[in-house]
Design a binder for this molecule. Structure first.
Ligand code: SAH
Length: 370
């Protein structure tokens, strides 16, 4: 494990994040450039440098007059995230970055290179208000929503790291994005939807990454799922179910008291119908809490006629937690029962554990040092 320390201890400011073209639609970007006294087409030139060339070197933006480059770049693409630490593992194939925002807030993203793809896991909020007791982010509560610019910057930084050959194996392209870092994406709806456009819009308006390679993971905010299916983005939906029964889910995912299992699955089905995308059910296996065979049986019965896939995640115990991952034999039995219902199931690999790779743990560790 390697750790690089870059910056620290800047005063905490309580002001809004600077505005960035990534906060705006292509039409709004032009309007904004005009308001700032630039020619409107400068906005799409800047977007091309930002999204297509992933360039943060305005000196090279040769289609903009040399004496205006810095001012235009600073106005339209201010730096919103600053690297605090990077930790790597798996011989550099997994890398976790801790970012500091303009007001001192910390968020994290994880970049993972596999044989056939490169995935970045990004944060949509600093902290989280959903209060799931097994999740490190949930323990600290919500600090604030990120802006679309702050979310997009994590993705552009990852794309740049890939293009620049920072991961072993040489230059590559960022292929997948998962909203599985800190925060509940559907509780920061507008910024997340703007980000989804930034990801999927073709160049020069966005990164031109296929929506099928983008996964929004949610605790199951039914109103958010219903709204998202009408955006025409058609990204993949992942629902953090963690148990098929309301009684336990009321404690594991407290928002279940508002939107229960039946309502969440109904919304996910509607999403699947509208978008044609099979959805994922996320299920963190917690020893003797939600890993009993009767629960697998109930889950199998719930899902057998649905177009869903189950992603089992061995619990990554958070510091001080009394819970731990399931025994191997219980996990195997859980899988066997689900498969007996014909439900597709995978067990997630546990990349990045040694670098506090799971949800909120790096930021929590960093805060603990202060
Ligand atoms: N708020 C979103 C994104 C959270 S992180 C959501 O709840 O879906 C992505 C996944 O990691 C979620 O399924 C979350 O429940 C799970 N997770 C959080 N902490 C975990 C832990 N300690 N071990 C295993 N999975 C965890």
């Amino acid at each position: 494990m390697t750790e690089i320390k870059l910056i620290f201890d800047e005063p905490v400011q309580k002001k809004k994040a600077p505005k960035h073209i990534a906060d705006l639609s292509p039409a709004e970007r032009k309007e904004w450039a005009k308001e700032l006294g630039f020619q409107p087409f400068r906005a799409s030139q800047v977007a091309t440098h930002y999204f297509t060339h992933l360039s943060n070197t305005p000196a090279e933006w040769s289609d903009i007059p040399a004496d205006q480059r810095e001012a235009i770049a600073e106005a339209l693409t201010p730096k919103l995230i600053e690297l605090v630490t990077t930790r790597t593992t798996d011989g550099g194939m997994t890398r976790k970055d801790l970012w500091k925002l303009h007001d001192g807030t910390l968020v994290e993203s994880v970049l993972m290179r596999y044989s056939d793809r490169v995935t970045v896991c990004i944060s949509s909020q600093a902290g989280c208000g959903m209060n799931c007791p097994f999740c490190a982010t949930g323990q600290a509560g919500l600090t604030r929503n990120l802006t679309a610019g702050e979310i997009t910057e994590q993705i552009v930084a990852a794309a740049r790291a890939c293009a620049d050959g920072e991961l072993p194996g040489g230059p590559t392209r960022l292929s997948n994005i998962v909203f599985m870092g800190m925060g509940e994406p559907l509780a920061n709806y507008n910024a997340v939807v703007r980000t989804l456009h930034n990801i999927t819009d073709p160049n020069p308006d966005g990164l031109g990454i296929s929506a099928r390679s983008v996964t929004v993971s949610t605790v199951g905010l039914v109103n958010g799922i219903e709204k998202l299916m009408d955006e025409g983005i058609n990204c993949t939906l992942a629902v953090s179910l963690h148990t098929p029964d309301d009684e336990l889910r009321n404690t594991l995912v407290p928002i279940n008291n508002r939107f229960n299992v039946r309502e969440v699955l109904t919304a996910a089905d509607a999403y699947e119908k509208k978008t044609g995308r099979r959805y994922s059910i996320e299920y963190a296996l917690i020893r003797d809490i939600n890993d009993q065979s009767w629960r697998s049986d109930l889950l199998g019965r719930l899902l057998k006629n649905r177009n869903a896939h189950v992603n089992l995640i061995p619990l990554n115990p958070t510091p001080g937690s009394k819970w731990t991952a399931s025994r191997r034999e219980d996990e195997a039995e859980f899988v066997r029962i689900l498969e007996s219902y014909g439900v597709p199931v995978t067990v997630r690999d546990t990349r990045g554990r040694e670098i506090d790779g799971a949800c909120g743990q790096l930021a929590a560790a960093e805060k603990g040092k202060e």
